[in-house]
Design a protein around this ligand. Structure first.
Ligand SMILES: [Zn+2]
Length: 346
């Protein structure tokens, strides 16, 4: 019985190979549909710089990115979650908007989900006020006498700059598993490579042990590929002379990455809170350079996947950061190699 079953499997495997040779003389591309998600939109401006809003910067870069990918890879299909200044799907809340983004990505059978955002460091854009103690004075009389500090206000330039690519946290994989299963249930049998074609054609029961194992395998693959693409994007930014915070993981604010059944990366393209970087992010040259960097990364990503699908960047070790942006950091560290990806930041 077992022998017969093995033989049948073997036979159907050969059939699959023959069919795929007949219908696809060329190798089937692993990147057919790219979802581009400009962050925020409509009533949600995102972060604000001295003169610009994140939603507009993200949209401008995203539209340019879609056009550039189309020119570079005419066979790829581009799906935008929005192309105008609206909350995607004209949804009334941010969370409904996130849901819409993820659902559109899954329905469109995306092979890669790219979110475009701009960052802030938590301080007022441009320059912000700080206070420091420059001495003490004594006030009050008798028992009420006390020494109080004398403060001086001084102004600090907002120096934090740079890019960062976020991927979802591995411990949130439960979400991803659900997204993957939902996509499967929508009748999509092509999530896997051809080696899994047999399993894909079987009736899908998401509660079965097989379904769970398969979802886990996809999660691993999607996580590895997200990390790979994020690493390539950051390395292109570094080549262009940008400061890079590397590949990062974050707890909050990236639910959309967990809800998509595909590799997904959120790219923070720079800090609107820094005057110079805000100007760069709003300039034609700056936007074109960012787009060029992402397209170059996509090219390398595609080559890697097609060369040896599922390749994992061996040195990758994600960095975990809290959701809230931290203190202003030294801006002089531009052109730092992405090698720091391997050593987690404190
Ligand atoms: Zn944002």
């Amino acid at each position: 019985m077992m022998k017969k079953l093995t033989f049948l499997l073997f036979l159907s495997g050969i059939c699959c190979v023959i069919i795929s040779f007949n219908t696809h003389p060329k190798q089937k591309s692993v990147l057919r549909t790219i979802i581009i998600d400009p962050g925020h939109g409509g009533f949600d401006p995102g972060t604000t710089g001295l003169f610009s809003q994140e939603k507009n910067v993200a949209l401008a870069i995203s539209l340019k990115l879609g056009k550039a990918i189309q020119e570079e890879f005419p066979d790829m299909k581009i799906v935008f979650t929005r192309t105008t200044d609206i909350m995607p799907g004209n949804m009334p809340t941010k969370s409904a908007g996130l849901h819409y983004r993820a659902e559109l990505a899954n329905k469109s059978r995306g092979d890669l989900f790219i979110c475009i955002h701009a960052n802030n460091d938590g301080h007022t854009p441009g320059t912000y006020a700080l206070h420091r103690v420059i001495g003490h004075k004594t006030v009050g009389k008798g028992k009420r006498r006390k020494r109080i500090p004398i403060y001086e206000t001084y102004y600090v330039k907002n120096t934090r700059i740079g890019t960062g690519s976020y991927i979802w946290k591995a411990d949130r994989n439960q979400f991803k598993g659900t997204a993957i299963n939902q996509r499967e249930e929508a009748g999509e049998g092509d999530l896997a490579d051809s080696s899994n074609a047999q399993a894909d054609s079987e009736a899908f029961d998401r509660t079965s042990p097989e379904a769970k194992i398969r979802a886990q395998l996809y999660e691993k693959k999607f996580f590895a590929n997200s990390a790979l693409f994020a690493t390539l994007v950051e390395s292109e930014f570094v080549k262009a002379g940008r400061h890079s915070d590397g590949v990062l993981q974050r707890d909050e604010g990236i639910q959309v990455l967990q809800a998509t059944g595909m590799p997904s990366v959120l790219i923070e393209t720079g800090f609107l809170s820094n005057k110079e970087e805000e100007e760069y992010l709003n300039s034609e040259d700056g936007q074109n350079e960012i787009v060029r960097n992402i397209v170059d990364a996509l090219k390398r990503y595609k080559e890697t996947l097609e060369g040896h699908t599922g390749a994992e960047p061996s040195s990758f070790q994600p960095v975990t950061t809290p959701a809230t942006a931290g203190m202003s950091r030294n801006a002089n560290s531009a052109k730092q190699p992405v090698a720091r990806l391997a050593s987690p930041r404190k």
